[in-house]
Design a protein around this ligand. Structure first.
Ligand code: ADP
Length: 399
């Protein structure tokens, strides 16, 4: 039995899940927020263990202090006897560029590359690097692994990852589609193959990761073939606050009309657009569905979201030349009965039928299409932390 910690370090937060491997059971999980920023009235530390939530409010100057508190809490609660009980740590890293097509053991060179890739993910990679450094200091004997959000999509063929801009921008600056949510798309594709009892390398899958951030992937024989997020996670589907695909000319036009800086317009596209921008009331799908019948803007935002998802399914159905299954996952994909219904009903012409009763199911892998549906539709809860822990375990064994 080995304890492995999956870590997601943000600029002011740290999310973590401690797993027992190879049993794949969750021992504890939690989140620390407001690292390096002033506290508000709320508790900023939550650790879930044995069905109980342990909360507190504490100021941290940096990630190292936050990690120390987390580990000391683990000791106090009896989750570990010693920090060294944690044998492996898997760090979620947002941008891996073209340097990383799979998870790797962390060393100085890997850490330097993660820091250099900050120009692709300015908010995330520096925070991910901070998390790695802090753990190396506190538990130097643990095996640290970097798991990249982009790695799974490195198998895309160049006709799918290139933009039709002067080619030299690709060779000089690495301008291309990198995608994101790779760990989730990979996990649900593996689960889908198990569920369907077919070898993954013989399947064509369209996976829909629909959360606050959302992306679609076309997966051919277990490899990412195309994905909706682009050079950054701003592209593709309509998201909670992100616009997804827009015509670049409108960006420039609005920028000039409103007298905005580059930074301001990017902020609007990332944080004030999407479901929030159209509905004008909320970025949360639940709020919009609650008033779908009475608020025209909420209805419009939801309908546009559904249409964009269907548009991408169509695109990838053709790109893959068919599909064996469509998989729903993440916050909206796993929990929203009406969104799945709206999407699947628009696919009826492909011979896809929804099983209404199965669509009410929650929390476990489920076939939500009818048995004779031409393409299977699945709901599979994602588990990025488990996928991370599996990678850490595999790399520890290979060491
Ligand atoms: P992320 O990891 O990208 O932050 P999640 O995958 O946790 O996001 O998804 C969060 C989103 O899921 C919320 O913003 C909310 O819109 C949506 N969501 C969660 N539960 C439901 C539900 N029952 N119905 C509709 N949407 C839901």
């Amino acid at each position: 039995m080995t304890k492995i910690l999956a870590v997601n370090a943000g600029s002011s937060s740290l999310k973590f899940k401690l797993l027992e491997m190879p049993e794949e059971s969750v021992i504890a999980e939690g989140v620390i927020e407001r690292i390096g920023v002033d506290l508000d009235q709320d508790n900023n530390v939550t650790i879930k263990f044995n069905g109980e939530k342990h909360k507190q409010r504490k100021h941290f100057d940096n990630h190292e202090q936050a990690i120390n508190l987390m580990l000391n809490q683990f000791k106090e609660l009896g989750i570990v006897k010693d920090f060294n009980d944690i044998k492996g740590i898997g760090h979620r890293v947002v941008a891996g560029g073209e340097w990383f097509n799979k998870s790797v053991l962390v060393n100085d060179e890997v850490l330097k590359k993660i820091e250099r890739l900050a120009s692709y993910a300015p908010l995330h990679n520096p925070a991910n690097a901070l998390g790695i450094k802090a753990f190396s200091k506190i538990i130097p004997d643990a095996t640290e692994v970097a798991v990249f959000d982009t790695a799974f999509h490195q198998t895309m063929p160049r006709e799918n990852y290139l933009y039709a801009v002067p080619y030299e921008y690709y060779t000089k600056y690495g301008v291309r589609r990198y995608g994101a949510h790779g760990t989730s798309h990979k996990y649900v594709s593996e689960q889908a193959a198990k569920f369907l009892n077919k070898p993954l390398d013989q399947l064509k899958l369209i996976t829909l990761h629909l959360g606050a951030g959302a992306s679609v992937a076309a997966i051919k024989n277990g490899k990412s073939f195309d994905t909706s997020m682009g050079f950054s996670p701003l592209a593709g589907l309509i998201m909670g606050t992100r616009s997804g695909d827009v015509d670049y000319s409108l960006v420039d036009y609005v920028k000039n009309k409103e007298g905005l800086s580059d930074e301001e317009i990017l902020n609007i596209l990332n944080h004030k657009s999407g479901l929030l921008g159209i509905s004008t009331i909320s970025s949360d799908m639940r709020d919009l569905l609650d008033v779908y019948d009475t608020n025209d803007h909420a209805k419009l935002a939801v309908d546009m979201f559904v249409d964009r998802v269907v548009e991408y399914i169509g695109r990838y159905y053709f790109e893959l030349q068919g599909a064996d299954a469509i998989v729903f996952t993440a916050g909206i994909g796993e929990n929203s009965v009406p969104i799945r219904k709206m999407v699947v009903e628009k696919l009826r012409f492909l011979g896809i039928e929804l099983n209404q009763e199965a669509n009410e199911q929650r929390g476990k892998d489920t076939l939500i299409s009818t048995e004779d549906s031409k393409i299977k539709v699945l709901m599979i809860p994602t588990n990025e932390e488990l996928e991370i822990a599996r990678d850490v375990e595999n790399l520890m064994q290979a060491k």
